[in-house]
Every structure is written in structure tokens, then in C-alpha cells.
Ligand binder design. Sequence first.
Ligand code: AMP
Ligand code: MG
Length: 341
Amino acid sequence: MKSKNKTKFLSVFLTALMLLTGCKSYNEADIKTSEFFAMDTYISISAYGENAENALDNCRKEIKSLDSQLSVTNSDSEVCRINSSKGETVSLSNDADRIITAALELSEKTNGALDISLYPVVSGMCFTFGEYQSPSEKALNDLLKNTGYEKISCKDGILTLPKDFKIDLGAVAKGYGSDRAIQILKEKGVTSALVNLGGNIALLGSKPDGSDWSVGVQNPFGEGYACIVKSRDKYIVTSGNYQRYFEENGKRYCHIIDPKTGYPVDNGLASVTVIGDGGLICDGLSTALFVMGEQGAVDFWKEQGDFEMIIVTEDKRVLATEGIFGDCPAAELGEVVKIEK
Ligand code: AMP
Ligand code: MG
């Protein structure tokens, strides 16, 4: 059995690209960068300006604190307290309330493609602790009985999970972390920054020289990029089957689960990237659109339309919505097909 977690490598690569292409008519020494490990991934935040160092310090503290609050594997975390509640009501912190409320709204909107109650299935396959195992149908059906976002009640900061339910905020936590980082950077007066939480990118303003940031969307099949997006003041988040998976008997089991079947998604998509105005929303959407598959994601975009999207399929096609700006060199991938309304 083989397993892989490419997140760290991907992040380093992305950051290098973004900084190298950005430094021209300003003092490079004024760009401050903070790099650390949290939320199970490599994190890098670069900020430009007077208060940058102090802002970065605050961002690091906030993300580390969110990590210990939201981690499903830390027995002292709020999420673990929720998961041991055995049907009793739980009073939530502001952060957990905001994340869970927004995630449940997204579950409604995506017809259950995003579902934070899948933890019994995720842990049943041992994605959490790394001793992976492929699921039997019977085992999955049993695990699925204790899932279903619509059975979770969250109102005015009070959460009730049915007994034996367990939640996992892995599909939205990094996005929320990027929202908080951008908020802190703004409060500290920083106007130009790039936040990278393991491939969850948040852009504050433009590059210090006034031009757009360039963000590489990973080629899921190897080196290089499927697209290089030019953007500012946006969140760019990718969910992909190459980011975390295990292989057994030549079959790949990725970390994103189809809530309807309990099986790892295997629908011909390699990655979905969402570009929009909020970190948590983009993070939740990229996971949900990956579950929906090519047609489902395109239909959803046509209906909702308040974000942009890049899809890379397993047969190496690249589809991009009409509002994407940048270069899609897609060297060994096919021509980019525009998705239009
Ligand atoms: P992401 O990498 O943001 O797409 O989120 C994937 C992570 O969220 C997985 O590692 C699981 O912990 C969890 N997860 C998997 N499938 C789903 C799903 N359909 N809805 C919500 N969370 C999920
Ligand atoms: Mg996500």
C-alpha cells in the first residue's frame, strides 16, 4: 500500500513562484515572511509594509490557536469535545459557531455534497492517522448511518449532534484560517499580502508593485501548473485527488468522500479550483464541487455564478469559467475549454 501527502511540496513551490514574479520596483527587504506548520500543513504568509512583522506574528498565533481548537485528532480541542458530546448540547466558541453555521449553509446550498458529519467514514478509512484501509460496503453502510448534516442542529451558538455523530471541519478550516489571517492583516494596516495555507491561497490587495499576484494552479499529474491565475483581493482554493490519497491493488482512494455512498470520490475529476471572495466559502465549495463531478460543478456554477472555477479532469482536460484571467500554459494538458453562462 502506498500513500502520499504532497501538500508541503506544493505549497513551497507556489510560494516560490509567487514571490519570484513579484519583486521589482520596491524594497524586497520590506517583505516579511512567516513560515510554520499548523493545520496539518505547511503555512507561509508574506506581507509588505510597516506593520508587517507584528501582523504576521498575530496571524501565526491565531492560526496555531485555531489549529488546536479545530483539530479532530487533538483530544483537548473543541471539535473533540463536540465529538464526545453523546447527544448533549454543546455551547460553541465564536469561531466554531461561525465555521459550523457557514458549513451547514453550504451543505444546504450544495445539496449535501459538503457534509461535515462524515468523520465516522473518514476515520473508518483511517485517513486521520495514516493507517489507511479500503472500506467494505457493509462497513461503509454501517458508518453512513451516523452521518447526515441535516440532522445537526446549530443555533445561537448551541450545537446538538445526534448520539454517535462526529464532525470533521477539514474541508473548511484552512479557508476559515485564511479569512482570519486576512482580517488580522487588514486590522494591522497591511495592504499587500499573500497567505498560503497548504495551497489555500488568500490575496490581500495587489503585489507591492501594484501588479496582480500570479498564483499557480498545480498540474495534478506532475510538475508545473495547469494554469497561472492573475488576481488580487481574492481567495484561490484547490481540492484535488492528488493532494492526499492511498493506493491499494492499483486503485487510488482520495481523501474526499462522496456523502451519498461513503466511498472516496472517483468521478473523473483530478482537481477543482475555486476563486472567490471568502476563504471558508471557497474551501467548502472546492470540496463540494469536486464531489459533484464535472457536469454537476458546471451546472452549479451556471446557477450560482458568484465565483470562478478551474476544473482539471483525469483525462487531462482543463475547463475554466469565463472570468478567469491569466495564462493556462497547460503544457502537457489539453487546450483550456472556456465555461460560459
Ligand atoms: P479539502 O481538502 O478542503 O477538499 O477537504 C477534504 C477534507 O475534508 C478531508 O480530508 C476530510 O477530512 C473532509 N471531507 C472529505 N470529504 C468531505 C465532504 N464530502 N464534505 C466535507 N468534508 C469532507
Ligand atoms: Mg475544502
